[in-house]
Each structure stands twice: as structure tokens, then as C-alpha cells.
Design a binder for this molecule. Structure first.
Ligand SMILES: [Zn+2]
Length: 199
């Protein structure tokens, strides 16, 4: 199965144990916020924090298992076609994030994309988990500052994850498009689509 997540939108898809999901940024440098839930119990979701406390690295690396908030393996990071440019620390953007940067009026967000995508499957989401942010370029400096230099991810970069249990995944094309100096997240050209392949 192959589908497109349009720029600024989100999509949910169920993946069975043993299947893989491949996420590609065809134009490059498009942040993909990634959420996952145990298909049998939506109260068990992928937890970035529990994952990096276990892998001892704040970046996901090929071979890592992504854990749930109950510390059970949910997905394996099978292949990294983006040279490690990912993040597990930035909370999903939401309306308040855009207002914080001075935006007036409604703005699409990864949090809203998650809720809408899950509602389409009949699920109400009340908590926004910390996502895995694929294709985002962040760094913790020696003095603790957290920075996001320009995004170097090339067109066609991808990641492949293998489901270790049946999971419902949500992929959001991060709509961040504000001209914030030192915090580019996506390219200056604005958000773009993502390609998702399940096999
Ligand atoms: Zn976002």
C-alpha cells in the first residue's frame, strides 16, 4: 500500500506485526512527526522519552527499538536513509506554538493532524504524545542550548520501520512555516508532502 500525506496534513494507517512502513520526503527537509499506538490498546503509545532513556541516545539510530510508555518494543528502526537527521525532543506543534512565535489566527499543526487522522478511524485522542520527528535537524549544544540549524535532509531521504506488534501509526507533514531565525525546521520553501509505503 502506498499513499501520500499532503503537505501540512496527517494520515493514520494500521500496520500488522512484521510489516514495514517506509516514509520518504520526496522534496527533502520535510519534518515527519510520527506517532504510534498499540492497535489493541490505544492507551499504550510510542514514547520518545522512554525510548531514548533506553537507547542512551537522544537521536533515533538504525537498529533501535521504539518503546511504548510501558517500555515494550513497538517498532524497530530498520533502515535510516537520512543520515541520522532526526529528533525525539521537540513536542508536536500546536496552535499555541504558532501563537508563541507571533502568528495570528488559526494555523495547521501536527497535534491537530494527529487528532483528525485518529478521528477518521473513530478514535478520540486526548493526550498528544511526544512524537519521533523524522527529518528534523536539532542539536543539544555543550551548554545545554537546543538549536535547529538549517535542515540538510536531501530529496528522497527515507526511513523504514518494522512493526513488532500490531500498531496504528500517524504521520504528519509538519506545517511549520514561520520565518523564525535559527529555527527553520522545514525548508524556506515551506512544507511539502510525504510518501508512505506499507509492505
Ligand atoms: Zn509540526
Amino acid at each position: 500500500m502506498k499513499f501520500i500525506v499532503p503537505a501540512r496534513e496527517g494520515r493514520a494507517v494500521k500496520i500488522l506485526r512484521g510489516q514495514t512502513i517506509r516514509i520518504t520526503t520526496p522534496k527533502g527537509a520535510q519534518a515527519a512527526d510520527f506517532f504510534a499506538y498499540n492497535a489493541e490498546d490505544l492507551g499504550e503509545w510510542l514514547s520518545a522519552n522512554h525510548t531514548w532513556a533506553t537507547t542512551f541516545c537522544v537521536r533515533p539510530r538504525a537498529g533501535d527499538d521504539f518503546l511504548s510508555r510501558f517500555r515494550r518494543p513497538m517498532l524497530r528502526f530498520a533502515e535510516d536513509g537520512a543520515q541520522g537527521v532526526h529528533d525525539m525532543m521537540i513536542a508536536a506543534c500546536d496552535q499555541f506554538r504558532y501563537e508563541f512565535f507571533g502568528h495570528k489566527g488559526p494555523h495547521a499543526s501536527c497535534s491537530e493532524n494527529l487528532c483528525v487522522a485518529m478521528r477518521r478511524l473513530g478514535h478520540q485522542i486526548d493526550v498528544i504524545p511526544q512524537p519521533i520527528n523524522f527529518f528534523t535537524h536539532t542539536r543539544v549544544e555543550a551548554d545545554g542550548r537546543f538549536v535547529s540549524p538549517p535542515n540538510p535532509v536531501k530529496p528522497g531521504a527515507y526511513v523504514v520501520l518494522e512493526a513488532l506488534i500490531d500498531v496504528v501509526c500517524v504521520i504528519s507533514s509538519c506545517p511549520f512555516d514561520l520565518g523564525v531565525e535559527g529555527w527553520t525546521i522545514n525548508t524556506a520553501q515551506g512544507p511539502s508532502e510525504l510518501i508512505v509505503e506499507v509492505s
